[in-house]
Design a protein. Structure first.
Length: 192
C-alpha cells in the first residue's frame, strides 16, 4: 500500500500508479537496501566482489543512510509502485564534487536510481524534476551532478536538461577508479 504521506500519486483507470514522496527516518532500511541493490545491479560487473561489498557497506549502509536522512541540508525521495514496493529513489544536498568552482551554496543531485523493471517508464524524469525543484526552493543556485563516463544514456538525459560537462575525477570503489564526469547547470539556467 502506498505511504500515507505520498505527494505525487497518479491514477489510471481507478488504480493508483507510482508515487514519488519525500523519504523520512522510517524509510532508512528500505532506502539502504534499495540503494545497495540498484547500485549493484548497475555496476557490479565493474568491480571485484569484495571491493563492491566493502563499498556498499560504507556508502549504502544503514548508519550512513540514517545520517543522510537526519541531515537537514539533504533530502531523499522514494518512488513506490501501486503496491507500495520501493522501485526508485534520489538523494540531493550540498555539492561535494571535487571541482574548483563548487561553493557551499551549490547543490548536487547525488544519487538517482531505479530498479531494472521500473526503468524506461518516465518516472526518472518526474523524480528528477522534483529533485531540481527542491534544489532551487530557496532561489536559483548552481547544481552539479557526477556521472560515470560510460553512462551515455544518463549523460544525454542531463544534457537535455541543461547540464554541461565541467570536469572529471576518479570515483573509487576499492582498487578500481572509474572515470567520472562532473556536470554543471548554472543558476541562471533555472527558470522559476
Amino acid at each position: 500500500m502506498p505511504h500515507p504521506n505520498a505527494t505525487s500519486p497518479n491514477t489510471r483507470e481507478g488504480v493508483a500508479g507510482p508515487v514519488i514522496r519525500r523519504a523520512g527516518p522510517a524509510d532508512a532500511e528500505r532506502l539502504a537496501g534499495l540503494g545497495a541493490r540498484t547500485f549493484s545491479d548497475t555496476f557490479a560487473h565493474l568491480y571485484d566482489p569484495q571491493d563492491l561489498a566493502d563499498f556498499l557497506a560504507e556508502a549504502y549502509g544503514l548508519e550512513r543512510t540514517r545520517a543522510d536522512l537526519a541531515d537537514p541540508a539533504k533530502a531523499h525521495w522514494l518512488v513506490e509502485d501501486a503496491d507500495g514496493h520501493a522501485i526508485g529513489y534520489a538523494l540531493a544536498g550540498p555539492c561535494s564534487l571535487p571541482h574548483e568552482d563548487v561553493t557551499p551554496a551549490c547543490g548536487e543531485l547525488k544519487r538517482i536510481y531505479f530498479t531494472k523493471a521500473a526503468q524506461g517508464a518516465g518516472l526518472g524524469g518526474r523524480l528528477f524534476g522534483e529533485v531540481m525543484d527542491w534544489l532551487q526552493k530557496d532561489g536559483p543556485r548552481n547544481v552539479w551532478i557526477g556521472v560515470w563516463s560510460e553512462n551515455f544514456g544518463a549523460q544525454r538525459f542531463y544534457e537535455r536538461n541543461g547540464f554541461a560537462k565541467a570536469g572529471e575525477y576518479g570515483f573509487k570503489v576499492g582498487r578500481t577508479t572509474d572515470r567520472e564526469f562532473i556536470l554543471k547547470k548554472p543558476a541562471e539556467n533555472f527558470t522559476r
